[in-house]
Structures are given as structure tokens and as C-alpha cells.
Design a protein around this ligand. Structure first.
Ligand SMILES: N[C@@H](CCC(=O)N[C@@H](CS)C(=O)NCC(=O)O)C(=O)O
Length: 294
């Protein structure tokens, strides 16, 4: 049983990120398919999924296509009640549903003024009055969630749930544009973005070179605050310490250098996602540790 998930872009498509997190974070089996969101092929790529027209879209193992994030979330929660996609407690579950629905329907000013990007942190960004009002509403909803769940910090309902999935791209906007929120909420945002899966999603996104950059902002920027700057770099050749890709076990075709050591991968994609954030990949870390600790 495997789901087919159709996503558009990793660094910039907030809805794609939600779709991916709701499978990845809850251990559901899936294959990802990229749709040409910025390459001009989106309409053509989406044809087999019609009438779905936006990303993400999900194809169930029986062939049924689901074309809206909230409908995907409800469908997965119904099919996999054991995974805890929604909180177990009925009051928490109802509140989590409310927060997700309000996310889908609202916050137009924030979404319009601050398109999600996971690349860098813009400095000196001035949110409009309307964007500030959206942020205040989000903070009110987060406080309400914590009242209902009793969770002072960490996931909104105590355990990671769809509510955290739906607000992860909001966290990226708050951090990526330096938007003003209470310190505890900034911490919550940083927690969401430090999640291992989110780091992996971002690292995969960083393998793409954008020309032009989709949502340019004429401001100075600082590096993304999670994981720091990568010390790894791509190098030519196929000489490496390891003789099989840590992810696929296949032969080496692409190599990176980190701390004076060369490590190999089966593809440029495997290599480049590791270059982007070496610490995000447990299999790579295990491989380097096994060599360096021996
Ligand atoms: N309400 C949809 C929103 C999906 C959405 O807006 N996706 C964007 C990418 S983040 C998209 O497909 N944009 C392409 C377009 O508008 O043509 C959902 O919940 O899934």
C-alpha cells in the first residue's frame, strides 16, 4: 500500500510542504512526484490528476485522487487512526481541526505579503498593518490551542499533530521574514523548523537553482538560523571513502568533501541534498561516524 504524492516545489510551495509532512511525519508509505510549478508544465503535469489542479494532490492506493490539503489530511486520518494525525482527546481534536481550517481559509495578508521561502532570513522587513493583524490572530489561536491541550511549549496539542503540520509554513514565514511574535511563539516556530523531516525537506529544496528567484525581496538577508552554514561542498570525480551510496546502496557517481574527507553518492540529488545540510541525514551521519569512530 503506497500513496502517490504530487508536490510542486520544496523551498517555496507551502502547501506542498504540508502535504509531504502529513505523510512523512506519520510514517505513511508514499512516492513523491514533482509537478512543474515554476517550469511552465504544471497544467500538463496535472492532467492525469484532473480535476485536481493545484499541489499538493494525493492519489490513494485504490486510485482515488484527493486535491485539497485539508481533504488529504482528513482522508489520511480516517484511514490511519492509529497514527495520531489528529489529537486523541476530542476537545483537542476539534480545536486542531478548527486551527487547520482557519489556516486554509485565512491569513490572506500574511500569505500575500510574505510568500513562504526556506532559503534565508530577510532583514528589516516591514509587515503591513493587515499582516500584523494576521499574526495577532495566529498567536491568539496558538494560545487557545495551548489552553485546550495544556501544552505550554512544543507541539500545540502536546503530541505532534496535523495542527503543527499546517502551521509549519507559517513558522517559516515568521522566521524567514523576521516577523514580530512573542518569544515563546518564536521558539515554537524554531522548534517546528528544526524538526529532522523539515530540515530534510529544506535540504532537498536547496538542490534547485532558481533563475529568476521566485519571490525576490530587495533587502539584506542572513542565513537560515537552523543547522548553520554547511561546510560540505560538491567536488568532481568518483573517489570516495565509501563504495556505496548511504541512501540507496548503489554505486558512486557523485562526491562531496566535508572536513577534508570525500564521501560518495549514487546521484547528484543524493549528493546535493547532503551538501545542503549534512546533519539532516541520519544515514550519512551513521556512515561518517562508523568510519571516523573506528
Ligand atoms: N487550497 C489548496 C491550496 C493549494 C495551493 O494553492 N497550491 C499552490 C502551490 S503552494 C499551487 O498549486 N499554485 C499553482 C497555481 O496557483 O497555479 C490546498 O489546500 O491544497
Amino acid at each position: 500500500m503506497t500513496y502517490d504524492l504530487f508536490v510542486g516545489d520544496r523551498l517555496f510551495s507551502s502547501w506542498s510542504m504540508r502535504g509531504w509532512l502529513m505523510l512523512e511525519k506519520f510514517g505513511l508509505p508514499y512516492r513523491s512526484h514533482m509537478i512543474g510549478l515554476y517550469s511552465g508544465t504544471m497544467a500538463e503535469d496535472m492532467k492525469p490528476l484532473a480535476p485536481a489542479r493545484l499541489v499538493p494532490a494525493l492519489r490513494l492506493p485504490d486510485g482515488t485522487v484527493v486535491g485539497e490539503s485539508l481533504a488529504m489530511a482528513e482522508t489520511l486520518a480516517e484511514l490511519h487512526p492509529e497514527t495520531g494525525l489528529w489529537p486523541k482527546d476530542p476537545a483537542a481534536r476539534a480545536t486542531a481541526r478548527w486551527l487547520c481550517a482557519e489556516m486554509v481559509a485565512g491569513f490572506g495578508a500574511l500569505r500575500g505579503q510574505c510568500p513562504m521561502q526556506l532559503k534565508q532570513c530577510w532583514q528589516g522587513f516591514a509587515p503591513s498593518t493587515e499582516t500584523r493583524a494576521d499574526l495577532a490572530r495566529i498567536e491568539t489561536l496558538w494560545a487557545h490551542a495551548r489552553d485546550v491541550s495544556g501544552a505550554d511549549s512544543g507541539p500545540l496539542f502536546g503530541h505532534y499533530s496535523l495542527a503543527d503540520v499546517f502551521y509549519t509554513p507559517v513558522a517559516a514565514r515568521i522566521i524567514g521574514y523576521g516577523l514580530p511574535v512573542a518569544e515563546a511563539n518564536r521558539e515554537y516556530c524554531l522548534n517546528l523548523l528544526s524538526d529532522a523531516s523539515v530540515r530534510q525537506w529544506r535540504a532537498m529544496g536547496l538542490t534547485v537553482n532558481y533563475d529568476p528567484f521566485p519571490y525576490p525581496v530587495d533587502l539584506p538577508s542572513e542565513p537560515w538560523p537552523i543547522a548553520g552554514s554547511s561546510q560540505a561542498k560538491a567536488v568532481n570525480g568518483d573517489m570516495s571513502i565509501n563504495d556505496a551510496c548511504p541512501y540507496s546502496g548503489k554505486a558512486i557517481t557523485a562526491v562531496l568533501e566535508l572536513n577534508g574527507q570525500r564521501w560518495g553518492f549514487c546521484s547528484q540529488f543524493c549528493r546535493d541534498k547532503t551538501v545542503a545540510d549534512p546533519g539532516a541525514w541520519p544515514k550519512f551521519t551513521e556512515m561518517t561516524r562508523a568510519v571516523n569512530d573506528s
